[in-house]
Design a protein around this ligand. Structure first.
Ligand code: ZN
Length: 91
């Protein structure tokens, strides 16, 4: 499973998804042969949560919506951090 290291913690990828900046579709690939393309065709995702999964399209059109997760001291931490509705928005 793809992972990244951030702040010394290894995060496993749990969602492989992008949003297209042109048509604003969000597409998610869930399996290795699950190729998804946005409705305007500018961006796509493939490979699910397997190593070597891919994002297709022009970097300028892509808004990465992938989510990563790590277990740290018994807590589950998310990357990017999930927005907590109880917290005041950061300014
Ligand atoms: Zn699109």
């Amino acid at each position: 499973m793809p992972s990244i290291i951030y702040g010394g913690v290894t995060y496993m990828q749990v969602r492989h998804a992008v949003q297209c900046k042109k048509c604003l579709d969000t597409v998610e690939s869930k399996e290795i042969h699950d190729f998804k393309q946005c409705s305007c065709g500018a961006v796509g995702v493939d490979g699910g949560l397997e190593d070597g999964n891919r994002i297709l399209g022009d970097f300028a059109d892509i808004d990465d919506r992938s989510v990563y997760c790590a277990k740290s001291r018994g807590k589950t931490v998310w990357l990017p951090p999930l927005r907590n509705p109880c917290q005041k928005p950061m300014t």
